[in-house]
Design a protein around this ligand. Structure first.
Ligand code: ZN
Length: 332
C-alpha cells in the first residue's frame, strides 16, 4: 500500500522586505477512511501548560459528584437487568450510568473515587487496566441484556479542553444499536486494507511504535488531532471480546502512551476504542488516542473550522516527530 500525500507550497511576500517566502503543506490521506489531514510547519499551535491544575482541582473538588463523599448518593445506578449491584467495581475503578446519556446505554467509569486529580504522569497500569475491565464488563452485560445494542466503544474526554464537563478523570462507554459515523466508516473498511496499512507502517518504520504482543501501535499517518496514536488488535472486533490478558495488554500500552504525553507536556486527551459488532469478520478492534490543547485561561482550541466543519485534521506536530519523541518504549 502506498501512503498517499500531496506536497503543496504557499508563496507570498514577506512583510517589510517583500522577499518571496514559501511554506510547505503536507496533505496526507488516511489509508483507512480517506479523510485528509494537513501537516503544517511547527508554529506553536500547542503552547505549553501554564495553568495550576492542582489548585483548580482543589477549588472544584468540594462539589464533585465522583469523589468518595458523594459518589454513592449523586451518581445513578444500572438497572438490575444489566447489573444486580447497580455499579461495576474492579480494583479502585467504579462504573455507573452516565446521567447525561448519549445513547441507549452510556456509562462513566472513574479510575478511582479518591483520584479527583490524576495528572497523566500519575496514570499507572493498575488504574488504567482496572478501569478498562469495568468497561469490558459493562459492554458484555449490556449486550447480554439488550441484543440490539451491538456497537460498543470505550472513550475518554480527559480534562476540560477535550470536552469533559466533569473534572474528575473518567472513561466513558457507549453501547448502542446505532454506530457513530466513524464506527460505521471503519467497519466498512475491507479487512485487507487494515493489514496493508500496518504492513506499510512496519516497513517504513517512521511511525511504527511497536507490538506489545497482540496489540500493534502506530502514530497516525494522517492525524485528525495532535500527537494522534492508533492501536490495532487482530482477531477481535468488539470491546466485549477483550479477555483478561488482552485488556491488561491494552491497558499497558495506553499507560505507556499517556505517560509519553505527560513527558511531551500534554495533560488533556481524547480516546475512542471503536468497536464493531462481536465477531465482525476481519475487523480489528482499533483505537485513536490524541492530545488536546493544554488548559490555560483563554486557551486556543485545537479544533478549528477545519476539524469541525471540513473533517480535516491540521496539526503542526509532524507524526514522525511524535514517533521520535515516544521512542522505543513500546518495543520492550
Ligand atoms: Zn472528584
Amino acid at each position: 500500500m502506498e501512503l498517499r500525500r500531496h506536497l503543496l507550497t504557499a508563496e507570498m511576500l514577506e512583510p517589510g522586505t517583500d522577499r518571496v517566502i514559501r511554506t510547505a503543506i503536507d496533505v496526507r490521506i488516511d489509508p483507512l477512511t480517506g479523510h485528509s489531514s494537513r501537516i503544517l510547519p511547527e508554529r506553536g499551535l500547542m503552547p505549553a501548560n501554564e495553568f495550576d491544575l492542582a489548585a483548580f482541582a482543589r477549588e472544584n473538588q468540594p462539589r464533585c459528584p465522583f469523589c468518595p463523599e458523594r459518589i454513592n448518593s449523586l451518581t445513578p445506578k444500572l438497572p438490575p437487568t444489566i447489573h444486580p449491584e447497580g455499579r461495576i467495581a474492579r480494583g479502585e475503578a467504579v462504573l455507573f450510568p452516565n446521567l447525561h446519556s448519549y445513547s441507549s446505554h452510556s456509562c462513566v467509569s472513574v479510575y478511582s473515587p479518591r483520584l479527583h486529580h490524576l495528572p497523566l504522569e500519575d496514570m499507572t497500569e493498575r488504574l488504567v487496566i482496572d478501569n478498562l475491565f469495568t468497561q469490558v464488563a459493562y459492554a458484555r452485560a449490556v449486550m447480554a441484556a439488550d441484543s440490539e445494542s451491538r456497537w460498543a466503544s470505550i472513550n475518554a474526554n480527559h480534562m476540560l479542553p477535550s470536552g469533559s464537563s466533569l473534572f474528575h478523570p473518567h472513561l466513558q462507554g457507549i453501547v448502542d444499536s446505532q454506530p457513530t459515523t466513524l464506527q460505521k466508516m471503519l467497519a466498512d473498511v475491507p479487512a485487507e486494507r487494515f493489514e496493508s496499512y500496518l504492513k506499510a507502517e512496519r516497513q517504513t518504520g517512521e511511525r511504527y511504535l511497536g507490538d506489545t504482543g497482540r496489540v500493534e501501535w502506530v502514530v497516525s499517518f494522517a492525524p485528525i488531532a495532535p500527537a494522534e496514536l492508533r492501536a490495532f488488535m487482530k482477531g477481535i472486533s468488539s470491546p466485549a471480546e477483550l479477555d483478561e490478558d488482552l485488556t491488561a495488554e491494552l491497558g499497558h500500552g495506553l499507560t505507556l502512551a499517556l505517560n509519553a504525553y505527560a513527558e511531551m507536556g500534554f495533560e488533556s486527551f481524547n480516546l475512542a476504542l471503536y468497536g464493531a459488532p462481536v465477531a465482525t469478520d476481519g475487523y480489528p478492534l482499533n483505537l485513536r488516542l490524541a492530545c488536546r490543547s493544554n488548559l490555560k485561561a483563554f486557551y486556543r482550541s485545537d479544533s478549528t473550522f477545519l476539524e469541525r466543519l471540513h473533517w480535516e485534521g491540521a496539526v503542526d506536530l509532524a507524526p514522525e516527530v511524535v514517533a521520535e519523541r515516544i521512542g522505543g518504549r513500546f518495543q520492550e
